[in-house]
Design a protein around this ligand. Structure first.
Ligand code: ADP
Ligand code: MG
Length: 249
């Protein structure tokens, strides 16, 4: 059984069928890539996981719980975090303060959900924030103002902010889009480290095949709103259906 199970999801925008009978099974602890040509429906699918869009029909189950009709912040509370294409950080604050904010949000938001979280003191939260900065290799820059960091470091910071909410599933929509090669390489290394150390399940949408094949343990290929192939990376390369889908790109 997968940590995220998508069954027969359909989503139309007017007359356009953006998703048609999409099935997806993301296994716990794995990095699962969702690839496909422009307009295939990748972002639409991801938006259905985080409550930004509601499918017309079908089910999206996370750990056995339906995510449909649940508000984005509640989906976040149950353990699904999304990394945005442009880092969403507090530019005027220090690196450390940036990581503290989601730690507090997690504690305070969880108040009503789980009384046990009340035992989290500020000291615990500081320690957790520090651990996150070690994990993303930013601990030496903890007092820097966020706006003065490089693009790659901002990405690391955003990742630490996501991780400090202790997600079970991390969703990444083109995490290396627009990055220079060096930043792309360091993002790949960062994601590998996170997965190895924290065992977080990841679903990654990515256009850069180099990134996909460096990270993914399973790949689903979307084309015109349907999953045309789901397989191990070694079986995706050179797959005739995949080649055909990308023709004319
Ligand atoms: P991808 O992320 O794979 O490039 P998208 O999920 O963004 O593809 O888009 C899939 C299709 O749905 C495209 O044809 C796109 O134009 C259309 N689409 C996406 N979002 C909307 C929307 N909010 N309204 C109308 N059409 C949309
Ligand atoms: Mg997209």
């Amino acid at each position: 059984m997968g940590i995220l199970e998508v069954n027969n999801v359909n989503k139309s925008f007017g007359g356009l069928k953006a998703l048609q009978n999409v099935n997806l099974d993301i296994e716990e602890g794995k990095i699962h890539a969702i690839i496909g040509p422009n307009g295939a429906g990748k972002s639409t699918l991801l938006n259905c996981f985080v409550g930004k869009l509601v499918p017309d029909t079908g089910t999206v189950m996370f750990n056995g719980q339906s995510l449909l009709g649940i508000k984005p912040h509640e989906i976040n509370q149950v353990g699904v975090s999304r990394v945005f294409q442009t880092p969403e950080i507090f530019s005027e604050l220090s690196v450390f303060e940036n990581v503290m904010i989601p730690c507090f949000a997690k504690r305070d938001g969880a108040f009503t959900l789980n009384a046990l979280n009340r035992v989290h003191s500020e000291q615990d939260i500081r320690e957790r924030a520090e651990e996150m900065l070690v994990d993303v290799n930013l601990i030496d820059k903890r007092d820097m103002i966020a706006s003065s960091m490089s693009r790659g470091d901002k990405r690391r910071l955003e990742m630490a902010m996501c991780l400090s909410q202790q997600p079970k599933l991390l969703l990444l929509d083109e995490p290396t889009a627009g990055m220079a090669r060096a930043d792309t390489e360091s993002t790949i290394e960062l994601l590998k480290t996170i997965q190895e150390r924290l065992k977080i399940t990841m679903a990654i949408i990515e256009h850069d095949m180099g990134v996909v094949f460096s990270l993914a343990q399973k790949i689903s290929v979307l084309a015109q709103g349907t999953v045309i192939v789901e397989d191990l990376p070694e079986n995706i390369k050179g797959h005739p259906k995949v080649k055909e889908a990308y023709l004319g790109e």
